[in-house]
Write a protein that binds this ligand. Structure first.
Ligand code: ATP
Ligand code: MG
Length: 336
């Protein structure tokens, strides 16, 4: 169990973490989400005693990290996979960890096997490791002492798709066996798949938290429904929908309409316009994230209708697969 109570950390006049409170429970994976500079790493650093808090407390199993005897046996930590001596081999790094924690040397091979680092790779110096290899070694190091709690900062960073899937299974299995996992990430769709609980942070403040299902449902309840529609005569359909007082955003192939799909279907039937595709756009975690942290986005993102993907190079956190029809792209100059 991780407990953070009224945690504040300031640097001079700047508040990096502002009165943050949350709990991570055993048997659950908790995702910690927020834009760059939101305060995720700072919170995690306070949790493991690397940064003193200005106010508040962060405990693991009721204890401050520094009061834990042999902390690696209780808490596995991965904050920065490169924060190891670059001249040591992967095997040496794990061997030193196992020695410090009083573990049998057989744990080193077990962990190398678990994270799929080959003996040849493990014999290379860390400075020659690829990003994903460093990340795998960091996960091996965090799990070495068979801890009950894992604190992982962007653990999927640098992992290939197979590695991300592997890590998802690993962490889910770990939580199913009663472990507590706190992981930060920018990979929203990954977190959506892996986390049971979510904490969303922006500008050092928590903007939403709770179990994933409830958060997403509350998001849906407060949004206007959006439908995308493709017909044989989009211009006529758009005109008819607007005449009904509905907001229509045209794209090259589809229209986005701010209402339920059934309403669009009715208007199309009345005007005898043949529909080719009609679907409700589900708003997901990405919309919730962008909406709640919109004032802290560097890109000045203003949320559009759910599923609406602006054209041009990706901005802000990585974009997942489009939720609307693949062909739907807003027209230049369409409201964003
Ligand atoms: N030692 C420090 N001195 C001054 N400012 C700091 C220090 N450490 C962190 N900050 C500031 O605190 C804020 C939060 O940083 P933090 O690293 O916690 O963000 P983050 O949410 O982990 O971001 P990212 O997603 O980019 O990793 C940032 O504005 C950062 O510049
Ligand atoms: Mg960070």
């Amino acid at each position: 169990m991780i407990t953070v109570e009224g945690l504040t950390r300031t640097y001079g006049g700047f508040t990096a973490v502002d009165d943050v409170s949350f709990v991570c429970r055993p048997g659950r994976v908790t995702g910690f989400l927020g834009p760059n500079g939101a305060g995720k790493t700072t919170t995690m650093r306070v949790l493991v005693g690397l940064t003193p808090p200005t106010r508040g407390r962060a405990t693991i199993g009721g204890h401050l990290y520094r009061d834990l005897p042999n902390p690696g046996r209780h808490v596995g930590v991965l904050l920065d996979a490169s924060a190891q001596h670059g001249g040591r081999t992967g095997r040496e790094i794990l061997t030193l960890g196992a020695t410090a924690m009083g573990l049998p040397m057989s744990r080193v091979d077990e962990m190398l096997h678990l994270v799929s680092l080959t003996p040849d790779e493990a014999s290379r110096r860390l400075r020659h490791f690829s990003l994903g290899m460093k990340q795998r070694l960091g996960i091996a190091h965090a799990l070495l002492g068979d801890p009950q709690v894992l604190i992982l900062d962007e653990p999927a960073n640098g992992l290939d798709p197979a590695g991300i899937r592997w890590m998802r299974g690993l962490l889910k299995g770990y939580a199913d066996r009663g472990g507590t996992v706190l992981l930060s990430s920018h990979l929203l769709h990954e977190v959506e798949q892996i986390a049971d609980e979510m904490i969303l942070i922006g500008h050092g403040r928590i903007v939403a938290q709770g179990d994933k299902k409830t958060l997403l449902e509350s998001q849906r309840a407060t949004r206007t429904a959006t439908t995308t529609v493709v017909s044989l005569d989009n211009a006529r359909l758009a005109e008819a929908l607007r005449a009904r007082g509905l907001q229509v955003t045209p794209g090259p192939d589809a229209l986005a309409v701010a209402c339920e799909a059934v309403e669009v279907g009715r208007v199309a039937a009345e005007h005898q316009v043949v529909l080719v595709d009609l679907r409700s756009v589900e708003s997901g975690l990405e919309d919730l994230f962008l909406e709640l942290t919109s004032t802290t986005q560097r890109e000045g993102h203003r949320p559009g209708p759910p599923g609406y993907r602006p054209q041009g190079p990706p901005q802000g956190p990585p974009q997942g697969p489009p939720q609307g029809p693949p062909a739907y792209r807003p027209q230049p100059g369409a409201p964003r």
